[in-house]
Each structure stands twice: as C-alpha cells, then as structure tokens.
Design a protein around this ligand. Structure first.
Ligand SMILES: Cc1cc2nc3c(=O)[nH]c(=O)nc-3n(C[C@H](O)[C@H](O)[C@H](O)COP(=O)(O)O)c2cc1C
Ligand code: SF4
Ligand code: SF4
Length: 388
C-alpha cells in the first residue's frame, strides 16, 4: 500500500524547498553520501537514494601512480575500488545512477592535473569531479595526492584549473586543519574556479566552517560526524549548503535527517539561514542587521569588509526596493530590510508583515534574496573577512 503523504510534502517542490542546484540538477535534499573507497558505488547509493540528494562515488585512483598506491593499500588489508580501467568503471557506475534523482560526483585520486583532465574529457560534464585532497594513507600521500595536495596547494589549484578547462563542475574534498590556512586555501580554490568545497571539519566544528563561509562564495558541504539533526542545524546555521555522511550513512539516519530537514525548511522558509551576526552568525547574516547606528559587531564587520556605513545602507535599501519587505514604518528603523531573523519574536515586524500579507517563511525567503545581494557585493569586491 502506498504511504499517504502529508499536504506539505505534496505541494512543496524540492527546488522551492531548498533552492539548491548542483551541476544543473535540482538537489532534492541537501544530504550528500560521502565517498568511502571500496564501499560507495552505485549499488550503495541506490540503496540510499530516497533520503539523499547527492553521492560522491569512489574514491577511484585514476592514474598509474595512484593505482599502484591502491594496490599497496589492498595488500595492507584496506578496501579499494581496484580496476585496470577506472574510466570505464566510473562510466558504468554513473550510468547505473542516471535515473536515481541523485547528483552524481566522482571522488578521484590522481597524481597530476592532467590525469583529472583526461578523466573529465573521457567522461563528460554529466558528473561532478571531486578532487580527493583528503586521503591520509601513506601510499597515496607518497603518490602526491590526497592530503599531500593540501601542502602542495599550487598543484591543487592547477588541478582545479585543468578540470575547469574541460568545462565541468569541480568539488574539492579537504580535511580542515592540514593546510597552513584553510581560509586562504578556500579563497585560492575559489579563484582557481572550484564550485564546491567539501570539508571534513574533523574536530573544528562550526567555528572553522564559519571562517570558510566568510572567505568564499562556494557551495559548502560540511562533513564529519553528522549524526543528528541538531548537528545538521548547527552546520546549516554557520554556512553549510549541504551536509555529508560516510560512516553513519545508514538508511535510518538518512531518513531521520531528511524528514527533519524538510520540515525545518518548510517551517522557516530558509533552511540554512545564518544566526544573527551578534550571535555568531557568518556574513550572510548582514541581511538581518539593523541600521548601522549603534556600537555592535556590525561596525567592525563592515570595516573588515571595506564597506562604508552609507554603502551598507544603500545595498540594504536598494536590495528590497519594490518588494514586499521595503515597507514597515512602525518597525525600529522604518523598513523590514533592517529587521531581525524570524526566530527573534517581534510584534512590530509581524504586524508589518501581516499588513502586506507575508508569512514568516516568505519573509525569510526575501531575506535570503537580500543576503545573496549582500554576498555578491562582498565577494565581487573580493573582501577577505578575517574573523574567528
Ligand atoms: C573506509 C573509509 C574510506 C574512505 N575513503 C575516502 C575516499 O576515498 N575519498 C575521500 O575523499 N574520503 C574518504 N573517506 C572519508 C569520508 O568521506 C569522510 O570524510 C570521513 O569518514 C568523515 O565523515 P563521517 O564522520 O561522516 O564518516 C573515507 C572514510 C572511510 C571511513
Ligand atoms: S546590527 Fe543589530 S543584528 Fe547586527 S550585529 Fe548589531 S545588534 Fe546584532
Ligand atoms: S522591529 Fe522587531 S524585528 Fe524589526 S528590527 Fe526592531 S526588534 Fe528587530
């Protein structure tokens, strides 16, 4: 018997819910199946497709040096996808996922930029190419890939550029705390053309995530020990666009996270809305900031960004012109553009919203648009926001 869906599930289109696209495909839920060599293939992903939006199959070793490293790892008892023809194997796995509704990424270990470019040339733009700059197994590091790339960032950037020359979507899987400066690395990868940063946060948690969010406008996938919805919410509120799971990607955990995430997205209207700036939010939270008239964290933040108070006021006021959140004369600063996040209770904001017929989730959708305009200014101006 078919399970009865609730009304919200029936009317909410996945794009309307998350407004998230990767490689030209709508991401139906911001949950990613992170790669595990020898484990994460098409069959693994198909068994979890109901409650995931993207999968990183692999890792696959794609050239002689990394294949030799894989053989050594197998001899040492580790699981690896060992094949003489990695391109044919990746193609076959991707074909099995063609109708899955998942965004497919392939996590690859290569010892030279050209190895990645050759794979992309052979396989085409239908999948995301994820550079494994994460593996810390000794034979991989000796082959110049995995974590070695976090110490040889020039080669990592070169690899991004080589893939982008093939017109494909590029993700870089990194382990936080290995490169000299993760914020500088994020900026360098963004400038090299990367589209996605997939970050194993290790024990650094949301502090590191917020630093990276404040350094680049890339799609961010937060990874490591994502096991409960409270952890997911913490990641989303500090800059993650998606979360990924490897060791804990069992169907029950995925179903639980997906259901709670969908309910949260529908209830709030902006599934990864940041915390307010004065509560430790990342710079997307400028969308919730007041007029710059008091002594609060906004002022040093604008100074860091090189945005004057007048310019900030113009961006916020122009950003809502002719929209339903332009008005709000009885709110603190005369326009809803200066108003707080919906989770902060406020009768004046709510009355102003009622007058224009806006629900709180719709208000948050407008705030998301405004935040995108603010981010455009921040990153087109190439500001570097150094904050802890
Ligand atoms: C057995 C195993 C194999 C892994 N293989 C890869 C790999 O090939 N490429 C990669 O980028 N990460 C690999 N990872 C790292 C995971 O994708 C993930 O970053 C890490 O396990 C932390 O996330 P988790 O707490 O959700 O497991 C592997 C992890 C495990 C446990
Ligand atoms: S402007 Fe308002 S919301 Fe922003 S940091 Fe200051 S007090 Fe907080
Ligand atoms: S009116 Fe309410 S929501 Fe708007 S700025 Fe003032 S306290 Fe915040």
């Amino acid at each position: 018997m078919q399970k009865k869906k609730n009304t919200q599930e029936m009317i909410m289109d996945p794009y309307d819910r998350y407004e998230l696209m990767v490689n030209g495909t709508v991401v139906k839920t911001p949950i990613v199946l992170a790669s595990m060599a020898g484990v994460v293939d098409a069959a693994y992903a198909l068994a979890r497709k109901e409650h995931a939006g993207m999968v990183c199959i692999g890792g696959y070793s794609i050239d002689e040096a990394t294949l030799a490293a894989s053989r050594l790892l197998v001899e040492a008892g580790r699981d690896e996808f060992l094949t003489d023809d990695p391109v044919a194997e990746i193609r076959a796995q991707a074909e099995m996922l063609a109708e899955s509704g998942l965004v497919v990424a392939v996590n690859m270990r290569g010892s030279a930029p050209e190895s990645f470019a050759a794979a992309a040339r052979a396989l085409g733009p239908g999948m995301v190419y994820e550079i494994d700059a994460h593996c810390r197994q000794e034979p991989m590091i000796a082959a110049g890939c995995g974590e070695a790339l976090l110490k040889n960032t020039e080669q990592l950037e070169e690899t991004v550029r080589a893939l982008k020359a093939e017109n494909v979507t590029v993700s870089v899987k990194i382990r936080a705390g290995v490169a000299d400066d993760d914020r500088a690395l994020a900026q360098a990868l963004w400038h090299a053309g990367a589209d996605i940063l997939h970050i194993d946060l290790m024990d650094f948690g949301h502090t590191k995530l917020r630093q990276i969010r404040n350094a680049c406008p890339l799609i961010l996938i937060a990874n490591n020990s994502i096991t409960s919805f409270s952890v997911v919410k913490d990641m989303l509120a500090h800059g993650a666009d998606m979360v990924s799971l490897a060791r804990h990607a069992d169907p029950a955990t995925l179903a639980d996270l997906d259901t709670k995430m969908a309910a949260y997205a529908d209830e709030t209207g902006w599934y990864n809305a940041p915390k307010q700036l004065c509560r430790g939010g990342d710079i997307r939270s400028l969308t919730f900031c007041c007029m710059p008239v008091k002594n609060c964290p906004l002022i040093p933040s604008l100074e860091h960004l090189g945005i004057s108070r007048n310019e900030f006021m113009s961006i916020k006021l122009d950003g809502v012109k002719n929209t339903l959140i332009e008005g709000g004369e009885n709110t603190c600063f005369g326009s809803l553009t200066w108003c707080c996040k919906s989770s902060t209770p406020c009768i004046f904001r709510n009355m102003a919203l009622q007058q224009v017929g806006l629900s709180l989730p719709d208000y948050m959708r407008y705030k998301r648009r405004l935040s995108e305009k603010l981010m455009k200014r921040v990153f087109e101006g190439d500001a570097f926001y150094a904050t802890e």
